[in-house]
Design a protein around this ligand. Structure first.
Ligand SMILES: NC(=O)c1ccc[n+]([C@@H]2O[C@H](COP(=O)([O-])OP(=O)(O)OC[C@H]3O[C@@H](n4cnc5c(N)ncnc54)[C@H](OP(=O)(O)O)[C@@H]3O)[C@@H](O)[C@H]2O)c1
Length: 462
């Protein structure tokens, strides 16, 4: 039996499958808790969520009144007043959580107290003046995250710490034209930008077959951004495309075989045309196909920069050695390597284990995490270990303000310093992605997830 500890929730003793199948179509996992009481995981998550949501301390008005009362008593934010305000906040929070605490028993009490502590810290920030613009604990948390919602690339350009991926855009095999249409994607992109998610990842080959209807991913992105007010859009969106290096890409994209630097630059010119003639914020090599030398690929990126096709350059699927070499070759030309887009998720931590993450940090190259939800495997996998991991993420999400397991998985990557670019095909998904920047997992949450993955990996390798 393997035990994992999440300070945010409880200790979870894994591997005890006492009951299953309570909801139609879903299996329900059961864990032995530290109290040695077997509790149905699904119902516990539901109860935690209910308790945290029911708590009157969530009520923004109540929280604000508590602060105002404290301020009125102290007549100013002196050190003493802060103390009074803290006491008042603490009393308000304790009062507010008493009912759910009584209701929920051991497990929920711990979760509720954890959530209450977080709310109290948010109140303290407001009283201390650190969240002066904030009006309630939830907004206070968001305000405090604002500064951290963006990161600066080596080129000096600021981008959001999470982005959206457009691999499914224009692609009929991924639901385009059936599950979602161009207007849904445009609305999703608009919502993402409105909510500060500015990093948009696309590529010349995404939805390439829909080019004949001018509905490839690049074209849909260009139209959606073009429909926004010029100045607004230019300031907000950071759009990156990628050029394919397979010599026979011309079969789907037209033109000649891709064997020379010139052929890659021509492909990027075609991308810019599909972008309405506007230079991309980022142009990347999609992957280092073995027919190319590193020098030829770096030359293509340098020439694209010289011709004004892009404002920054990046690479994708480069390992540590390739990234370091590309960084050096570009540096000789006075160009900074801004990003390396690699497969990275809770389920696939290769980027961490290979040292790529730390090497990128040393070189000031931003790691962009593609397939950050394991291509959907996290939510849909039938593997019992992945399902257990998903439950753990649900637990952690429940005490971090009711986040979904997908949001926890994305926040995990943000906390590790990467920029995840999850698939986004609807306004609801855009909102879920933007919400990821409004909370921050604790160190112990991250450790718990890593412990669980270490265990899964050790089990599968033995
Ligand atoms: N550089 C490269 O070689 C490369 C390779 C692959 C991908 N990428 C980039 O990475 C992006 C994302 O990768 P991906 O599409 O493979 O994988 P992903 O984002 O890890 O997973 C996509 C799947 O997760 C589901 N999903 C998305 N958001 C969710 C949420 N909030 N809650 C629950 N489920 C959610 C999606 O369902 P729905 O369809 O229902 O939304 C979809 O089935 C691509 O769009 C592309 O831009 C780059």
């Amino acid at each position: 039996m393997n035990t994992y500890r999440s300070s945010s929730v409880c200790s979870i003793t894994d591997g005890v499958d006492v009951s299953r199948a309570s909801a139609p179509g879903c299996s329900t996992w059961t864990y032995a808790l530290p109290s040695r009481r077997a509790v149905d995981a699904r119902s516990v998550v539901a109860r935690i969520r209910e308790c945290v949501e029911k708590s009157p301390a969530r009520d923004a008005l109540g929280a604000r009144r508590a602060i105002e009362r404290a301020r009125a008593r102290s007549k100013g934010p002196s050190v003493g007043a802060r103390g009074v305000a803290r006491d008042e906040s603490a009393r308000a929070t304790t009062r507010a959580t008493e009912k759910p605490r009584r209701e929920c028993g051991d497990m929920c009490r711990r979760a509720t107290l954890f959530a209450a502590t977080r709310r109290m810290r948010a109140l303290e920030r407001v009283v201390d003046g650190r969240g002066r613009r904030a009006r309630c604990p939830r907004v206070a948390r968001r305000a405090s995250c604002d500064a951290a919602a963006q990161r600066t690339l080596a080129t000096g350009r600021k981008v959001s710490r999470i982005g959206i991926g457009t691999m499914a855009w224009g692609d009929e095999t991924r639901g385009f034209g059936t599950r979602y249409r161009e207007r849904d994607l445009a609305a999703a992109l608009t919502r993402a930008l409105d909510r500060g998610v500015t990093f948009v990842d696309t590529a010349e080959v995404y939805g390439a077959k829909s080019q004949r209807f001018e509905q490839s991913a690049e074209e849909i992105v260009a139209r959606a951004i073009g429909s926004r007010a010029e100045a607004e859009a230019a300031a907000e969106a950071f759009v990156g495309t990628k050029v394919f290096t397979v010599p026979w890409t011309n079969v789907i994209m037209g033109g000649g075989a891709r064997l020379t630097t010139k052929s890659l630059v021509s492909a990027l010119e075609a991308s810019v045309r599909r972008n309405g003639g506007k230079a991309y914020d980022l142009a990347s090599i999609h992957f280092p196909f073995p027919t190319w030398t590193q020098t030829a690929l770096a030359d293509a990126l340098a020439e694209a920069t010289d011709r004004g096709l892009c404002r920054a350059v990046g690479v994708s699927n480069y390992d540590v050695g390739q990234m370091t070499e590309a960084h050096g070759l570009l540096a000789k030309r006075g160009i900074a390597l801004a990003t390396n887009q690699v497969k990275y998720s809770v389920l696939d931590r290769g980027a961490e284990k290979s040292g790529l993450l730390s090497a990128a940090r040393d070189l000031d190259v931003a790691v962009v995490a593609y397939s950050p939800l394991g291509g959907g495997a996290l939510q849909t996998s039938a593997d019992p270990e992945i399902r257990t991991l998903n439950k753990l993420l649900e637990f952690i999400g429940a005490v971090n303000g009711g986040q979904t397991s997908a949001q926890v998985a994305l926040n995990y990557l943000v906390c590790k310093g990467a920029i995840p670019i999850p698939s986004c095909t609807s306004v609801a998904r855009a909102d879920a992605i933007a919400d990821v920047l409004e909370f921050e997992l604790g160190v112990e949450d991250i450790e718990t997830i890593d412990e669980k993955m270490d265990y899964i990996e050790s089990k599968s390798s033995s």
